[in-house]
Design a protein around this ligand. Sequence first.
Ligand code: SF4
Length: 440
Amino acid sequence: MSSRTDLIEDLMGRFPHVPREAVIKEDLLRGGLAFDDSALTENEGGDVKPKSYFIFSFDHRTLPELGAAALRRPPEEIVLTGGPYELRRTVVSVRTNPDSPYRVKPDDDGRLKLFLDGRAIAEVGLPPMPDYYRHTLANGKSVMEVAPTIQWGYLIYLTAFRVCQYFGAKEECQYCDINHNWRQHKQAGRPYTGVKPVDEVLEALAIIDKYDTARASKAYTLTGGSITSKVDGLAEADFYGRYAQAIEERFPGRWIGKVVAQALPRADVQRFHDYGIRIYHPNYEVWDKRLFELYCPGKERYVGREEWHRRILDSAEVFGPRNVIPNFVAGVEMAAPHGFTSVDEAIESTAEGLQYFMSRGITPRFTTWCPEPTTPLGRSNPQGAPLEYHIRLLEIYRATMEANGLSSPPGYGPAGPGRAVFSVSSFMDSLPAEPTATEG
Ligand code: SF4
């Protein structure tokens, strides 16, 4: 393969039923993109919505290494259209990589374009600064810090606990930089609240509710690091659940409530539901048994893979299988030193996991792995997984879903190329466009 352009065009030719938009989006997500200084945002003082660093860094360099791209922040997301591949509207989360062959910069006429290997391949749209980001809480904190929105404003992302109690090499998931990201923002002197007070979250949500007059925000996600002991005197279900309880009391039914947490015992899962959460994400991370043990050592040690899976199935009895949506990190299956070395094997393993859950009515979903440089797997795999793996995953995901009579999961906005807003993988871009009952 001589260039990245050759690579994507080869895959577009070999997998014509996977939308072209998804091929480019997956490549941008796995490898990142560079920004011309003129395409940066000026933080919260400009007209473009800046990258909020809502949980992980999702960058290919640390903040000090990014220089201007860190100080003047890139946009949270970009939207691609047109160009030689005639792209339909495609929303892509921004993962910065100064060495990427993809670069966002103005063309000779001053129009912002995405360039690949020096050739313009798409128009680039930037997210406008939302009105609610222009207001601050009474204590001066920004809405972007307390309640950032992603997915083109669809999802309010509430990382209530900015660190994880799986700590250090023997416990942290080997692809996760949540703890490093917290440290680097602190070192940069940025506001980055470790535990978000409930009343600050409510105050930020009130600002969003007031100024989001188009009602683009439709869901909130409560998440953060795993809690193996207690935070604020509370175990995991009650710690995250208390935010949902407060939100549902103050804004009943305004947004779909979701939680990303560990696979907890059934009584705890019931408490999540009682607190008002409607969608549960007990992420299983990677399907293969050996890789789960090696790459998620904390989860293996505290809960164990088989128990984790059993709890996922149990939680379907509480939430209903449609509303249990466990995530996996697409690509770590192929991460050295222990991952599969062939795409065939990696797809076969991942497909086995998809079938396990989908045959029981549970629809997993995935985010595209970003090999962040401060993680063990990012360090040993700076290029991430092969693009072909990501494209074939989209193919097998859709096929397994259809074989089991399922459709796109609730709480992700519209499906289909040109319609999807889910920005951290292209699974929603690759599914057929169809209305789902729970979308408002
Ligand atoms: S459980 Fe793993 S993936 Fe989740 S925050 Fe902790 S270290 Fe990261």
